[in-house]
Design a protein around this ligand. Structure first.
Ligand code: EPU
Length: 422
């Protein structure tokens, strides 16, 4: 299994470009199932999760062609409306094929995702919403089995019990091909939801309000093809910005959307970083902070536009080295502190109290061997390793490969000493 070897205490300097967002690429790829015409995606990140969904779609008969950052998906001849356990268990977001399959073909058999390192993560809201749209949905032998007795979904008013990102995406996609109007209340407002809606509209869908908590969809008979550039990955960008602050560096990230990172940028400023930005770039300068250390800053995760749970581990790494104590509260997932004991191995002082971590900043971390447990936890460990004194080895970095495009190359370009051990 690949590992990362990092020699820490080198401030990051220089400029890199953001990749396309994993969490936008996946629903956009799934949306190809809604049409017999081709979808052309640009700015696709090179990631294991993108390959996994590509393989699931190919298994159904979708023609998937990839060239660099371009992916062309053509679902003209879908033979199977089936997503097997073997694939879904490696990537929960595979459940995104459910809504499109039911809407276009009136049937789907998709493995029920199991538990996950960061929480139980049920998909009951996806199922409830599809039932409200007229699908008959059962769970049999570990599979979600959905059919549409009337042949076609019917628009409905749906209010999800909690805000769910992929749930909103699944239901929005399904509603595009339903008869009549669907209103999704309590919808997720993430930029990736808005990006998906933007492509669906190019395909001929009628959608209003994506990016707000109420999305209105007027169903259409059929959708066409589209070409679409995937929105930049705000979590990747945020991860690099935290790395710059933790190493007291000065970096610029190009090709991003700064307004998607408002909550994080506020916290980075509070911590003492000097932030500048334009329409599509952000610079974090942390090499001349007063007192030379970041200030401890408390955060509480919440749905967009709040502080992203996907940035919690990375920001905790920053707090580990800050001056003072901070509270880091996780409200979205019940088990997203798996990085804490690994950060402690690097010398961090963290106490877990329920869904809050009390992080007492220390002046320095010391390199050690640590283990990655999920994607964003791994990113937090990389940041801590970059800032720690001496050598850090990070094991099980396949988690990172699922969601960060060329991370070690980008960090290397910024002056980090980082190499992959195979
Ligand atoms: N939930 C339910 N029932 C449902 C759906 C969600 O109880 O039917 C709960 C979840 O268990 C969780 C909360 O609602 O406690 C929010 O979950 P959500 O459905 O929003 O998460 P998701 O759609 O499965 C996406 C991202 C995650 C990100 C979360 C939260 C994708 C492909 N994944 O997951 O990204 O953490 O939203 O923002 O978009 C990552 O990239 O590392 C990652 C985990």
């Amino acid at each position: 299994m690949d590992k990362l070897r990092i020699l820490g205490e080198r401030p990051l300097h220089g400029s890199i470009a953001a990749s396309g967002a994993k969490n936008a690429a996946l629903p956009l790829m799934a949306a190809s199932l809604l049409s017999a015409q081709p979808i052309e995606l640009d700015n696709a990140p090179q990631l294991m999760d993108v390959r996994t969904l590509g393989a699931i779609l190919e298994g159904m008969g979708v023609d998937v062609a990839r060239q660099g950052s371009r992916v062309r998906l053509h679902a003209a001849h879908v033979r199977e409306r089936f997503a097997p356990y073997e694939r879904v268990k490696t990537m929960r977001a595979s459940v995104l094929v459910l809504g499109p399959l039911v809407a276009r073909f009136g049937e789907a058999r998709v493995s029920l995702p199991g538990g996950c390192a960061i929480g139980a993560r049920p998909v009951d809201q996806h199922i409830k919403g599809l039932r409200q749209l007229g699908a008959q949905v059962d769970v049999e032998h570990g599979y979600i089995v959905a059919t549409v007795p009337s042949g076609r979904l019917k628009g409905a008013r749906i209010s999800t019990d909690m805000i769910t990102v992929t749930g909103t995406e699944n239901l929005m996609m399904a509603a595009c091909l339903a008869d009549g109007e669907t209103v999704i209340e309590n919808a997720a407002q993430e930029p990736e939801v808005a990006d998906l809606a933007a492509m669906l509209v190019k395909m001929g869908a009628h959608i209003d309000g994506a990016g707000t908590s109420r999305i209105r969809i007027q169903g259409v008979e059929a959708l066409g093809g589209a070409a679409h550039r995937i929105v930049p990955d705000r979590i990747e960008v945020g991860t690099f910005l935290c790395a710059a602050l933790a190493t007291r560096g000065d970096i610029t990230v190009q090709a991003c959307v700064p307004t998607h990172l408002d909550a994080l940028l506020d916290k980075l400023r509070e911590a003492g970083a000097d932030i500048a930005g334009g329409a599509d770039w952000i610079r974090v300068k942390a090499d001349a902070m007063p007192g030379a250390r970041a200030r401890a800053v408390s955060v509480r995760t919440s749905e967009y536009p709040g502080f992203a749970t996907d940035m919690q581990a990375q920001f905790m790494a920053v707090n580990c080295l800050a001056d003072g104590a901070a509270h880091v509260t996780e409200t979205i997932f019940e088990n997203r502190f798996m990085h804490v004991q690994e950060l402690v191995r690097l010398g961090a002082r963290i106490a877990i109290e329920g869904n809050t971590c009390v992080v007492q900043g220390v002046p320095r971390l010391s390199g050690a061997t640590v283990m990655a447990t999920d994607l964003r936890a791994s990113a937090g460990l990389v940041i801590a390793g970059l800032a720690a004194e001496g050598e850090t080895i990070i094991e099980r970095i396949y988690h990172l490969d699922r969601g960060y495009d060329a991370m070690e190359h980008k960090l290397g370009r910024l002056g980090a000493s980082i190499e992959r051990l195979r």
